[in-house]
Design a protein around this ligand. Structure first.
Ligand SMILES: [Fe+2]
Length: 291
């Protein structure tokens, strides 16, 4: 193949796919490459500009570890992670939001009504609600994964001063799909900005802040799992989330309470709540997995 130019090179590269190439891979490559080549033709980067792109990616690779993935962060701050979430979400289900890098599998089980506060400083919160199907009926057999930052804006796996699995739990719900626990208010935090992603944020005048949030994964047999986040209605960064994770439907009303009157009797920390505390009530909706 020697007779190629700036117009025919796209077809030439695509033409290298042998017939045994997986159909979906071929589709993704063909379309991805066409967009990439068209982008290059359109913006005509100089050699120095393209080298700068390669240098950023090289640096992203060199600082990526099991605990920190700069490529995921690029995907997040460029809005691609959220776009993939949106396109794979069922409109009848609770909106999805970014998983983030701080989830740990197999967090200790917390029973419904259990307490995550366990000596953590900060404003105390009662979080409750139900998991329902698209028709409003409770879903049985739900497991929830819960994780959040402490008052200092750090997750337990970022902060040597927090006990293992601090502010993390797995909760198995009963047939009524009801969940309930006490915790402390999470804090806004910045995504890591000491790598090429940080360079990009600074070069575009952006901030690395994320509004405070509770991370939740909701799953049940036969239903499409939901990976999402709940945001607090009084957070100053709701409209400036560095990773575009906020959805209107995921912003929850954060209501102060001055008495334990009316709190459920199965709330383990009921009698030791620090007044004033706040309550959050939010229902999740799962939809059936398509067969
Ligand atoms: Fe997070």
């Amino acid at each position: 193949m020697r007779d190629i130019d700036s117009k025919t090179i796209t077809d030439a590269v695509i033409g290298y796919c042998e017939p045994e190439t997986d159909e979906r891979l071929k589709y993704l490559l063909t379309h991805g490459l066409a967009h990439l080549h068209n982008f290059i033709r359109e913006v005509r980067p100089t050699h120095a500009e393209w080298r700068a792109v390669i240098d950023k990616l090289t640096r992203a690779g060199s600082i990526t570890t099991d605990e920190r993935n700069e490529f995921v962060l690029f995907s997040d701050v460029l809005g691609v992670s959220s776009l993939v979430d949106m396109l794979n979400s069922d409109p009848s289900a609770t909106a999805a939001s970014v998983l983030g890098p701080f989830h740990i599998h197999d967090a200790p089980e917390l029973k419904v009504g259990g307490d995550l506060i366990r000596g953590n400083p900060g404003e105390q919160v009662v979080v409750s609600g139900h998991v329902r199907d698209a028709g409003g009926k409770p879903v049985a057999g739900v497991t929830m994964d819960l994780w959040q930052t402490a008052e200092n804006g750090l997750y337990s796996n970022q902060d040597p001063n927090q006990p293992d699995y601090n502010l993390r739990a797995t909760m198995n719900l009963g047939p009524d799909g009801r969940y309930l626990f006490t915790t402390v208010k999470p804090a806004p935090y910045t995504v890591p900005d000491d790598g090429p992603v940080g360079d990009l944020l600074r070069a575009t005048g952006r901030r690395a802040w994320r509004p405070a949030h509770f991370h939740v994964i909701v799953r049940a047999d036969g239903y499409k799992p939901i990976v999402t986040e709940l945001f607090l209605s009084d957070d100053p960064y709701l409209d400036r989330d560095a990773v575009f994770g906020v959805r209107k439907s995921l912003v929850v009303e954060y209501r102060p309470r001055h008495s334990i009157e009316g709190l459920p009797s199965d709330l383990e920390a009921r009698s030791r709540m620090k007044i004033p505390f706040s309550v959050i009530d939010y229902d999740f909706v799962l939809v059936r997995e398509k067969r």
